[in-house]
Structures are given as structure tokens and as C-alpha cells.
Design a protein. Structure first.
Lengths: 248, 281
């Protein structure tokens, strides 16, 4: 099933193009990994999918992005972001307790019943593999957690909103290998229920967790295919050069 | 000259400039305390002025100043805060925004006596509020408005942009983000600015001169349409307009005014300090 259908997407900031003529589809319950050098437009592409680019100055776009057949420009932006959550590159807890961080999204959407809220928080933390580590300190500041725990807290916070798609923007760039492995484990389990799109600078990570992989270069989509295929027999020379580290 | 010596001279100059400030403040405080403290008795604080202000206390002036400061804040804080939220969260960089910002800067630069005259023309005469607590509070409120807007804007803008992005990315609306994330983290800064504004409003004479202050009125106000005495104006009156007022009473009044303003600044400092300790990012 197609979740996102992107058609002839151009994005620019002022007169600088960040994404050019990108057309592709994202399928339900897959992990799509997006790779490419810095400045290749992959993060801009990702932020397009729940309209976080709208916050940027001088943002302009053309082409269409459809979520389950609906043009996202015509959707209510709060509803879109409920369905499409983000985990950012750096762990960014809100200045609240662990519990309140995870409960933030549901509360904003009108869930105030205490027991339902606790249930939702526990479930989200369990899915992010953090529950056992934090269940006795739910009311401590989220800033007391380690970096890896904070990032899993951010995943839990996104899950608590019960989205359909989760966008990961280099979620492991600030984490050590053990924390990275935990986050990757969480992602692999999550794909049964969600669609995941992962932007990463770590080519090996893209190969480890991806079902399909897209390669971006200078704002253009060079190639998108099954991850195995991209890493064994890419169609484009530039893809091959990049994954073998022959760039720059 | 050798650079080491240049540096030593520069540092000494910088240090001396700071020492001078400390010395001046210390000097003012010491003189006022030394001459004013002996006048401070329960009677001085709680009695009305007697014998043509040459005896008795300053209670009506203290009450008047508290009324005026309170009124100014009731008027200036909501408007100032709303303006600051608009400027920091909603305003796009266009002609209107630049005009508003320019107006705020200019409002801050208007001499206080001009506010007094403006208050007289607008509130006392045009709106027919008369010389009253209402007119005086509104005039003081306008005077401290730029201070409150600027402090609130700085407080709002110091809340990291990433917090806003996270909140929005979870599907919260812009207003929810302001309400639940931005404002709670900006409140200490807003309070600090507000209290500094209070101190400024408490100490000014010119804005209340034509709009509210009574020369001699040994009664407490019955409504916001009454005149009141106020500490700064009372100090001016007993220092220059009434002959043979005991030095003790004059310095006692100055002491009370100074204590009031310093106390407010102290509260602002404590709030700021607590905020820094509690800051979670």
C-alpha cells in the first residue's frame, strides 16, 4: 500500500534549490532509508513530509505530496503532524518530567484522563525500550537521562501520539554504538506497526535496517530501490561511488 | 609601550570605572540610611502628615504610591505581554513590525515629564478622568510599557527554537506551543522585567505631577477617581515647597522610597537567580 506519493517535488529557500524534481512512493510498513552526502536535500525532503519546512524562512515548493491520497498542503497541519511524527537528530527532550514529555502529545490532542494517559505513556515507553530504565523515576526531569535514553524518550514521545509514519532525521548521529544498536532494534520492531523513513549519514546503518534505500545527491533523487540491490548492484555509478566511499 | 603595561593600565581603568559606580551607589545609600533611618518609627509609617507636613507620618503617600504602581502594572503587564508575544512569535518582518519596534524604542526614549503632560491632555482632560489614580496609573503604565515589552520579548526569544519545533512536530498548535512550552519557560524573565518596571513607576515624579499627585491630602482614597499623595511627589513638596520641614522627615521619606524600589529590585534579582538555578537546558 502506498502511504506517501511524491510527484515532481521542488523545494527552494529563496532562490536556492534544496530538492529538485523528486518523484517517488513510500510503502506502508517499510523502513525507507535515505542516504546522501551533506547538503543533498535529504533532511529538507524529510521535513517536507510533515510540513516542518513551513517554519523556515523563504520556504517555497512546487509539485505535490500526498498522504494516503490526500494532498498534505490541503490538510490541517496539526492533523498531518499527528499522523506523521518526527524524531530529530539530537535528543531534544522538552523541559518537563519524563512522564510529561511522553504525555505531551496526547494531552495536546485532548487526552486528560489520568489512567488512560498513564497507560498510553507506559505503552509508548515500552515500545521504545525505555520503560524498565525509567519506570521508577517518571517524575524526574527528562534532562537527567543519558543521551541514548533521551533519544529513546523522544521516540516514545512520538509513539505516544500514535502516528502512522515516523520520520527519523539522523537519530543516532550523537549516540555511541551501544545506544545506536538499541535505537536500531527499536526501529526494526516498530516497522510492523508503522512506516519508518530514516535519513542517515551512516551508510552501514542504512544497509542494516532498510527495506528500501533512496540515494540523494545535490537535491536530486538519483536512485531508489530495494536496499540489497542498492548495496550490491546499484544502477547509477554515483550511488556506487557514494556507498563505497569514493566521494569527495 | 610594552603590551603588558598597556593591558595593566586598561584593566585598572576598567576596574576604576566599576569601583566608581559601586562607590556612588554606596554613598547614596549610606547618606539616606544615616539621615533617614532615625525617622523611621511605626508612627512615621502609619500616621497621616500633620502640622502642614512638618510632623506626623507619610502613610497616605505610601498607600498612594502602592495604588499607582499596582494600577500601572494592571494596565501595562497584559498589554505589554500580549505585544511581546505578537512580536516574538507571530510578527513577520515587514513594514508594520518595523514600525511597531521603532515606536517602542521611541516610547522608551520619551522624557518622563512629557508623559506627564500627555497624561494630562489625554486622561485628565480628554477622557475626563480628572486628576485621579486612574489617570496617574495609566500614565505610568504607558511609561513602563516599553520596558515590559522589551524584557518580555527577550524572555520569549531566549526559549530555544528547538522546543517550539518539537512541540509543533507532535501536532500541537502554535498557540498550544506558546501556552505550554514558551510562556512557562519565559515567565521568570517576564517577571524580572515587570518588577524593574514597577520600581521605575514607583520612583517617577513627573508623570504623576499633573495627573494624580495631591499636594496635601491626609485621607486615603475612596475610589480610583480620587487623588492621592505619592512618595516621590511628597518628597519634592517637603523638600522645596514647604519651609522648615525637619531634615529627618525629608530623609525618612527618601529612605522609604529608596527601600521600596531597592526591595523590588531585590525581588527581581532573586527571581532571576532562582530561574538560573532551575534552568533545565
Amino acid at each position: 500500500m502506498v502511504i506517501f506519493k511524491i510527484d515532481d517535488l521542488d523545494i527552494r529557500f529563496g532562490s536556492v534549490y534544496a530538492v529538485r524534481r523528486v518523484s517517488m512512493e513510500v510503502f506502508a510498513h517499510e523502513i525507507l532509508t535515505v542516504i546522501g552526502p551533506s547538503n543533498s536535500g535529504k533532511t529538507t525532503f524529510l521535513r517536507m513530509l510533515n510540513r516542518m519546512n513551513d517554519l523556515q524562512l523563504n520556504f517555497k515548493m512546487s509539485g505535490t505530496v500526498e498522504l494516503e491520497g490526500e494532498n498534505i498542503r490541503k490538510m490541517n497541519v496539526e492533523n498531518l503532524r499527528r499522523k506523521v511524527g518526527t524524531v530529530f537528530a539530537l535528543p531534544l527532550p522538552l523541559p518537563l518530567s519524563i512522564f510529561d514529555n511522553v504525555a505531551y502529545g496526547p494531552r495536546m490532542h485532548g487526552l486528560h484522563d489520568r489512567s488512560k494517559l498513564s497507560e498510553r505513556v507506559e505503552e509508548a515507553l515500552q515500545r521504545a525500550y525505555l520503560w524498565d530504565e525509567v519506570k521508577d523515576r517518571m517524575h524526574e526531569s527528562a534532562f537527567k537521562l543519558s543521551g541514548g535514553q533521551q533519544q529513546r524518550l523522544c521516540i516514545a514521545r512520538t509513539l505516544a501520539v500514535e502516528p502512522e509514519v515516523i520520520l527519523f532525521d539522523e537519530p543516532c548521529s550523537g549516540l555511541d554504538p551501544i545506544s545506536t544498536a538499541k535505537v536500531e532494534d527499536a526501529m526494526l520492531k516498530l516497522k510492523q506497526q508503522y512506516t519508518l523513513i530514516l535519513v542517515t549519514n551512516n551508510v552501514k546503518q542504512a544497509a542494516r535496517v532498510g527495506d528500501r534505500t533512496a540515494f540523494f545527491l545535490s537535491g536530486e533523487l538519483i536512485e531508489i530501490d530495494k536496499t540489497d540491490k542498492i548495496f550490491t548492484a546499484p544502477r547509477d555509478r554515483r550511488t556506487d561511488d557514494y556507498i563505497r566511499g569514493r566521494f569527495g | 609601550m610594552n603590551p603588558y603595561r598597556t593591558q595593566r593600565i586598561a584593566f585598572s581603568l576598567l576596574f576604576m570605572a566599576n569601583a566608581l559606580i559601586l562607590l556612588l551607589v554606596g554613598f547614596v545609600v549610606v547618606v539616606i540610611v544615616q539621615k533617614g533611618l532615625p525617622a523611621i518609627t511605626w508612627q512615621f509609617l502609619s500616621d497621616v502628615p500633620r502640622q502642614g507636613m512638618r510632623a506626623g507620618g507619610i502613610f497616605p503617600a505610601i498607600v498612594g504610591t502602592l495604588y499607582l504602581v499596582g494600577g500601572a502594572i494592571v494596565f501595562a503587564l497584559p498589554i505589554g505581554l500580549l505585544a511581546a508575544i505578537y512580536l516574538s512569535e507571530y510578527a513577520k518582518d515587514n513594514l508594520l513590525t518595523r514600525l511597531i519596534k521603532l515606536s517602542i524604542v521611541n516610547l522608551a526614549g520619551v522624557p518622563s515629564v512629557v508623559y506627564g503632560l500627555f497624561g494630562l491632555a489625554l486622561f485628565v482632560v480628554f477622557f475626563k478622568f480628572g486628576a485621579s489614580i486612574l489617570s496617574g496609573s495609566l500614565t505610568l503604565g504607558i511609561m513602563i510599557l516599553p520596558l515590559i515589552i522589551t524584557a518580555s520579548r527577550e524572555a520569549l526569544e531566549s526559549v530555544p527554537q528547538s522546543f517550539r519545533e518539537v512541540s509543533l512536530s507532535l501536532g500541537a498548535s502554535k498557540w498550544q506551543t506558546i501556552q505550554h512550552i514558551v510562556l512557562p519557560n519565559a515567565i521568570p524573565g517576564i517577571l524580572t522585567g515587570t518588577i524593574l518596571g514597577l520600581g521605575r513607576a514607583a520612583g517617577e515624579t513627573a508623570p504623576i505631577l499633573f495627573t494624580v499627585a495631591a499636594f496635601y491630602l491626609p485621607l486615603l482614597p475612596g475610589s480610583i477617581f480620587d487623588q492621592v499623595m505619592a512618595l516621590p511627589y511628597h518628597l519634592y513638596v517637603i523638600s522645596t515647597q514647604v519651609p522648615n520641614v525637619d531634615e529627618k522627615i525629608r530623609y525618612g521619606t527618601a529612605f522609604v522610597l529608596l527601600a521600596l524600589v531597592l526591595f523590588m529590585n531585590l525581588v527581581a534579582i532573586i527571581i532571576r537567580y532562582k530561574f538560573r538555578m532551575k534552568k533545565k537546558w
